[in-house]
Design a protein around this ligand. Structure first.
Ligand code: NAD
Length: 287
């Protein structure tokens, strides 16, 4: 039997409606739209495309988006200055720094210099600590999208065996903590994991975030499992695929996200949802 397809679109649409309402409410109270600053260093095409996409979605939802560009040769001190300026700017509610940074700049600087109240992608030291400690926190957008999708399709998590393939700071690791908060039994696999299939075959929920097309094939998946494919890979023919061999795995899994059309539909909206949340929390601090 073929798996149920877990599309991102219906969740994105429901969120858009809710966020538009919240954006109007914020604007009424604050006298200005909620605002995200998207900071990027250099002129990497992919990150410019992403910045434009955020800008477009922000406009559609009634938020404002400001692009802040630093040249590729910017130094650590320039990055710090930009972060301090945006952190101090009362007209900016959320800051998103586009990653990866050029090699000569340290991500640690952002984690330490970012105002945690504006950290809409949950990368600051404070946000990471809050997530670890189960405190309310702004969390990275992609893991937040995975949890929203699982909730929307009512996939049970408590007591379930969840295997995450990929242990990055932006996807795998924060997702592990979010799912621990839901009382799942979480295993995280990575490049050094031996016998990957032995782990993935045990998963009732399998999340894959690696960046390798066709890494996961049908015989690595437990029959009936829910499979969430976070990977986005561009093939030589320019087509986009995930990390999961969709056509064969859909014959084994109980439910599966498509690529494109799954998690990728939600990431931008999650960033803007967090911007509104950050904006509302900061507004509350002022009254
Ligand atoms: P990353 O390169 O930072 O991390 C990759 C992780 O995969 C690492 O932990 C590494 O140890 C692990 N890994 C690599 N090869 C492996 C293997 N053969 N077996 C098991 N584990 C292996 O990547 P990232 O930033 O976490 O992104 C992962 C993927 O998710 C990419 O395809 C990226 O484009 C995609 N992504 C999608 C969205 C979205 O909105 N859908 C958002 C962010 C990232």
């Amino acid at each position: 039997m073929s798996a149920r397809i877990l599309e991102g679109r219906p969740i994105a649409e429901a969120l858009r409606t809710r966020l538009k309402r919240q954006a109007i409410g914020f604007q009424r109270r604050a006298g200005r739209p909620a605002t995200i600053a998207v900071l990027h260093v250099g002129t990497d095409d992919a990150s410019l495309v992403y910045a434009r996409a955020i800008e477009r979605t922000a406009l559609q939802l009634g938020l404002e988006s400001r692009a802040v560009e630093l040249p590729a040769q910017a130094q650590e001190s320039d990055l710090v200055r930009a972060l301090v300026r945006l952190s101090d700017d009362r007209g900016v509610d959320g800051i998103l720094v586009q990653l990866p940074l050029p090699r000569h700049l340290s991500q640690r600087t952002i984690a330490e210099m970012m105002d945690p109240r504006k950290d809409v992608d949950g990368i600051s030291v404070t946000s990471v600590g809050n997530l670890f400690l189960r405190q309310q926190s702004l969390v990275p957008s992609t893991p937040a999208a995975v949890v929203s999708l699982l909730d929307h399709y009512r996939v049970p998590l408590s007591g379930k065996r969840v295997v995450i393939v990929g242990a990055s700071n932006v996807v795998g690791k924060p997702l592990a903590f979010l799912l621990l908060q839901r009382d799942a039994t979480v295993t995280v696999c990575h490049i050094a994991t031996r016998d990957l299939a032995m782990w993935t075959q045990q998963a009732e929920v399998l999340v894959v975030a690696v960046g390798k097309p066709h890494l996961i094939h049908a015989d690595m998946v437990r029959p009936g499992a829910t499979v969430i494919d976070v990977g986005i890979n561009t093939l030589p023919d320019r087509s986009i695929v995930g990390d999961v061999d969709f056509e064969t795995v859909r014959e084994v899994a109980g439910a599966i996200t498509p690529v494109p059309g799954g998690i990728g539909q939600l990431t931008n909206i999650m960033v803007l949802r967090q911007t509104l949340l950050a904006a509302l929390l900061q507004l509350r601090e002022l009254v």
